[in-house]
Design a binder for this molecule. Structure first.
Ligand code: FE
Length: 130
């Protein structure tokens, strides 16, 4: 009669299971890899024309003797930077930069050129003061 039921165990484990599942679902074969030596980015949707790598070749499917076309670094020198259109740079650095580092390239363009446009409009509006 006085047996306490473990209520919280299920609700504690569920979110962790969901997060790992969503990581597994993500297609890692489309992830770009960045050379840590020179910054060259291998994009699997484009392949590597200098190394005769066809488009749609995942980074893991590249031959083991494949080298960076820019600086000839080995495959080990490359770091996974996520899919195309994701925030650029290494994942461990995304927490810095007042949140700007997590923006995608498109969002950064809107932020930069949008603020330039607003500044231009404000400068032109000074003519209205005369
Ligand atoms: Fe390189």
């Amino acid at each position: 009669m006085d047996t306490p039921e473990p209520v919280n165990t299920e609700s504690n484990t569920e979110p962790m299971v969901e997060s790992t599942e969503s990581l597994d679902i993500r297609d890692e074969s489309l992830d770009c890899h960045e050379c840590r030596s020179c910054g060259y980015v291998y994009d699997p949707t484009k392949g590597d024309s200098t190394g005769n790598i066809a488009a749609a070749t995942a980074f893991d499917d590249l031959p083991p003797n494949w080298r960076c076309p820019v600086c000839s670094a080995r495959k080990k020198a490359f770091a996974n930077i996520g899919p195309v259109g994701a925030a650029s740079g290494f994942k461990e650095n995304l927490g810095f930069g007042l949140g700007v580092n997590t923006l995608t390239p498109g969002q950064k363009n809107i932020l930069i050129f949008g603020s330039l446009l607003v500044g231009l409009i404000m400068m032109l509006s000074l003519y209205g003061l005369g």
